[in-house]
Design a protein around this ligand. Structure first.
Ligand code: BTN
Length: 247
């Protein structure tokens, strides 16, 4: 396992999407069994969740981790997005001392109610590709009425800390990600407990619908044993969310 704690990151310039670059690399060496990652300076076709565009100007982190599926315990696979969010949160808090960063189920990284990053996961043959975007220098405008965005170096500046670079952050994300995911002794209940503790439960959430936003305000209450989110409605009733994305 310790080998995976040494980041193997390919630095590239402007690309369509780091997800595509990883796929091209896999196609060139399909039997590669070692994890690797791609860090791009910018993306012309960055992808977000549910087919949305991920604005990708220079200055932010566009990072895709690639690992063989065999590296992840079966019970851990359903909660990989949660593990990714926790790894990003830990990495930012390591590099910007004093920053209080939260996660928003299932895949967002949040500071002071604003979105600073997110992740997607895709499968390619026997490999998993985990794509992570974190705003470091630039907080791009949010096009679809979503949560306002913010950037890591704005947090650093407010706290009087030094600026973070995409490469430093990517290396810290790699270390935190693999120290959790490749540790077969680290079990799902512990991960769920950590994610629950890292959620900002004061956020008002809304389900995303095909046409926009569901008007019902929801609050995160807890996660169930599968990592699904239990939310509370204003009338006190509860609902379990399995695959929704939230504003
Ligand atoms: C989200 O919608 O919150 C997830 C955004 C994920 C963006 C990252 S940037 C690196 C990788 N390449 C992509 O095209 N998307 C992911």
């Amino acid at each position: 396992m310790s080998a995976f704690l040494t980041p193997k990151i390919h630095l590239v310039g402007d690309v369509s999407s780091t997800m595509d670059v990883v796929r091209e690399m896999l196609a060139a060496s399909p039997s590669d069994t070692e994890p690797f990652a791609v860090l791009a300076e910018s993306q012309s076709s960055g992808r977000g969740t549910t087919g949305r565009q991920w604005s990708s100007p220079r200055g932010n982190m566009y990072f895709s981790l690639c690992l063989p599926t065999t590296l992840v315990a079966a019970e851990f696979l359903p909660v990989l997005p949660l593990a990714t969010g926790l790894a990003c949160r830990a990495a930012i808090m390591e590099l910007v001392e004093g920053a209080v960063v939260h996660v928003k189920w299932p895949n967002d990284i949040i500071y002071d109610g604003k979105k600073i990053g997110g992740s997607i996961a895709e499968c390619e043959g026997e490999h998993l590709i985990v794509g992570i975007g974190i705003n470091i220098e630039v907080a791009p405008p949010v096009p679809d009425g979503g949560r306002p965005s913010y950037a890591v170096n704005s947090i650093a500046s407010v706290l009087g800390k030094g600026a973070v670079t995409p490469q430093l952050l990517a290396e810290a994300v790699w270390r935190n990600f693999f120290s959790a995911v490749a540790d077969q002794g680290f079990k799902r209940p512990e991960l769920i407990k950590q994610f629950e503790a890292a959620m900002d439960k004061s956020l008002v959430l809304h389900k995303r619908t095909p046409t926009g936003r569901d008007p019902m305000p929801l609050h995160a209450l807890k996660l169930n044993e599968w990592g699904h989110l239990v939310v509370g409605r204003p009338d006190g009733s509860e609902e379990v969310l399995v695959a929704e994305y939230l504003f």
